[in-house]
Each structure stands twice: as C-alpha cells, then as structure tokens.
Design a protein around this ligand. Structure first.
Ligand code: 8YV
Length: 329
C-alpha cells in the first residue's frame, strides 16, 4: 500500500537555474514563471493565491496587494539578502515566514563595492568612453587624472557583513577606515577591521571615499541628499551598492555636475531598472545594472540557500535564515 501525501505547492516567481528547479520539482508541485521579467502585482497576487510557498527575488513586492488572496501561504523566500521588498510586519501578522540569503554573497558584493570605488576614483568608464569615441590622440601629463585610493580614508556607512568585508579589503590598500552604523560595533570587530566609529557628519567631511552598504529602511530614504553631498570633499567619491532609494539621485546629479564631489559609482537606483533622467548624461559616474552579487558561483549559492529556506519552512523546520524569527516558537 502506498501513502499518497499531497506535495506542497510552490510558486517560483522568476527564471532560476535548472538545478534549482529540479530540487523543487522532486518534492513539490511547482508553478514556474520561466521569465526574466517580473510579473505585475496583480498577476503576482493571483499566482500566490493557491500556493504554500514562494521563491521570489528582490524585485517582487510582497505587500498587502500581492498577499491579498494568499490564504495558504506559509513562507516567502527571497533570493537576496536585502528584504526591503517585503512588508515584514504584514507577513508576521499573517503568520508567514520571511527568509533571505545572507553570507553567501558577502565577498562577491564587497568586491563589487571596491570595483566601483576604483573605477569611479580612476575615471575608468569615462576614459573608456573617451577612448572608444576616438579622442585619444596623445598621452598627456595631465590627462584623465583621478584621485588615489591607496593610503586614503574610506568611510563606510553600514558596517554589517558586507561593510566589514570592504573594510578588510581597504586595509590591504593601506587605507584608513572610518565607519558609521546605527550601533557601534563590538571592540573585537573594530579591531579586526581597524575601523574607527564616527558620526555621519564627521564621516562625510573626512572620508576621501564614501561607501554606502546599509539596509534600506524608511529612516534611510535619501540618507544622502543635498545637505550631505555638500559636506563631502570636492575630491571625494560616493559609491552605492545598497539600495537606490538611499541616495537622492537628483541631488547627486547636481553635485557631480558642479564638482561638489569628484565622482560616483552606482550599482543600484531608486526606480530601477529605470534610470533617473539626467544620470546617463553625467560623465563622472560609473553605472552598473545591480550586479553586486552577479557571479555564477554566488548566484547559485543564493538560489540554493533560498531553496533550503523554503523547503525547511514547508517541512515545519526552522528556515536557516528566518527574518521574522518571532514566528518560530
Ligand atoms: C540581488 C541584492 O541580486 O541580495 C541582495 O540584496 O541586492 C542582490 O544580491 C538582488 O536583490 C536580486 O534579488
């Protein structure tokens, strides 16, 4: 006699790697959106209506609208460490686990922060566009001069895992590390990172390079705007690998155009994938399409960790990275 236990129903909101789909199909009934583009909120809410679990990315907004009909949903697993796309309070009220994928992307994303910092400080994008346009006729002593990275001061805003990984990279470049965080870090971590805790204002005034790595919570909306940019050195760079909404992009364009700061590097945008009007016309900025974690190894690890979270939650086990941990009694 065979026992016919019903398989859980899962919705996969975006195209994932085949090995992930295989893992899920072995244990669940999978509704798969095999697309690289996100569904509209109303389509997403329809697809969430009849499933026990969902695997989503940072671009699927999980809120009152999309959860409206999700009567049997037990877990939403984000293939991302950031979870500003989740209404955590609502998920918790509805008794739905929310999970994310920290750790596995720390070093890859820290590398990206450094890449943008170096490219912005040394005007890599600007130089390449200039070269490709056929403007390079002579080497000149004062041509395409940038600002130094080595032995300068880096100011890290948000000293979590990724911030700390950036600090240890900065030490190898002989940099002085200062940081600002909601809470001062324990002394042991400050010692490892050789990092000095300063106020937001001191960081902006002192740093040669400002790196944004903090989570995007409502208090951090436009955390860097006109007033903050005015505090920065005219030789300073600004790098954002966190979330676009942390920077007032209009104020940034103005600061770059008026040489209030030297240059910027962005991986994230407030209205991504739409780019704020005017940003593309500024020469002293390096722009990447949200690829901070985009290596095959890391994206695979993120997918597998998100699946581990999802399957644990569906099996009534504690997901390895449960955000609303108060739901685990
Ligand atoms: C993701 C990210 O690729 O993990 C994050 O928070 O920003 C990126 O690594 C992106 O959010 C897609 O889910």
């Amino acid at each position: 006699m065979t026992t016919n236990l019903a398989k859980p129903k899962i919705f996969v909101a975006r195209q994932i790697f085949p090995e992930g789909l295989e893992r899920l199909r072995a244990v669940a009934e999978v509704d798969y959106n095999d697309q690289t583009a996100p569904l509209s909120p109303s389509d997403l809410s329809i697809r969430l209506a009849h499933v026990d679990g969902a695997l989503v990315t940072g671009s699927e907004k999980i809120d009152a609208q999309t959860l409206g009909q999700a009567a049997r949903l037990k877990i939403v697993s984000n293939i991302a460490v950031g979870f500003n796309n989740f209404d955590i309070q609502l998920l918790t009220e509805k008794n739905i686990f929310a999970t994310n994928t920290p750790d596995v992307l720390t070093d890859t994303t820290a590398d990206m922060g450094f890449l943008l910092l170096m490219a912005a400080a040394r005007r890599l994008s600007e130089s390449e566009h200039w070269l490709r346009a056929g403007h390079w006729k002579n080497w000149s002593l004062g041509g395409m001069m940038g600002v130094d990275i080595h032995h300068s001061t880096i100011g890290i805003m948000g000293m979590g895992r990724i911030g700390q990984a950036i600090a240890t990279r900065a030490l190898a470049f002989g940099m002085t590390v200062i940081y600002y965080n909601r809470r001062r870090l324990p002394e042991e971590i400050e010692t490892v990172c050789q990092a000095r805790y300063v106020s937001k204002e001191e960081l902006l005034k002192t740093a040669d390079h400002v790196m944004l790595v903090m989570p995007y919570v409502p208090e951090n909306h436009h955390f860097i705007a006109k007033k903050e940019l005015a505090l920065m050195k005219p030789t300073a760079t600004l790098v954002n690998i966190a979330r676009g909404g942390i920077v007032d992009e209009n104020a940034l364009i103005h600061a770059l155009q008026h040489q209030q700061i030297f240059s910027a590097g962005l991986d994230v945008y407030e209205g991504e994938p739409n780019i704020y009007p005017g940003l593309l016309d500024v020469p002293n900025i390096v722009l990447a399409p949200h690829i901070g974690s985009a290596t095959k190894k890391t994206r695979l690890a993120m997918m597998h960790l998100a699946i581990d979270n999802l399957l644990a939650g569906l099996n009534q086990q504690r997901p390895p990275h449960l955000i609303n941990s108060e739901l685990w009694k």
